[in-house]
Design a protein around this ligand. Sequence first.
Ligand SMILES: [Zn+2]
Length: 227
Amino acid sequence: MPERSQPLAVLTSGGLDSAILLAESCRAHPRVTPLYVRFGLHWEDAEQEYLRRFVAAVPGAQPVVTLRMPVEDLYDPGHWSRTGQGVPEAGTPDEAVFLPGRNALLLVKAVLWCHLHGVPWLAMAPLECNPFPDGTLEFLRGYTAIVSQGVSGSVRLHAPYRSLSKVEVIRKGREMGLPLEWTFSCIRPEGGRHCGDCGKCAERRQAFRDAGVSDPTDYARSLPCTA
Ligand SMILES: [Zn+2]
């Protein structure tokens, strides 16, 4: 657990969870740097634009640092995450949106950035429901420790939302008065907007409904059942 006097970096995709964590961290720590890792995926231009707007509205955040971790030599050129074609629809199982190695790739440069900049803590926002093998606290902390060990460093991972649900995180963001309309969850954006019916948009809609919080998202399409 970082002390309030310590700076930290926050792995931030611009999604609800990491954006809210970023804003909450800025209220508790003196220097908070958002780290965005760019893989070269289909939705990242839209995601980064939303993140830019969100960070501009959060007092105390340092400018976003973008780290590049291109996967075009790793993922198949036809993979939905690169092309935007065949993107998992609403109702598909969680495994459908699994990106192999996502958290290892996210963490390696982020941990090294913290080490090189004297930042002792790296925060990220996995939730209680994270279904992926690289989303466990054991993996995240262990991997961070191994990368740190490789540079004789001491960067540690902070995952304060690990026991929270998305509903609880949305309510937290609402109570903090954050501009949740500038968070971004879509994996098939259209004209820079949330598409409205990919698997991630469906999850987002449902979470706002379950939280009893008005959904401020600008969706390109309504789902038939919510129109
Ligand atoms: Zn979408």
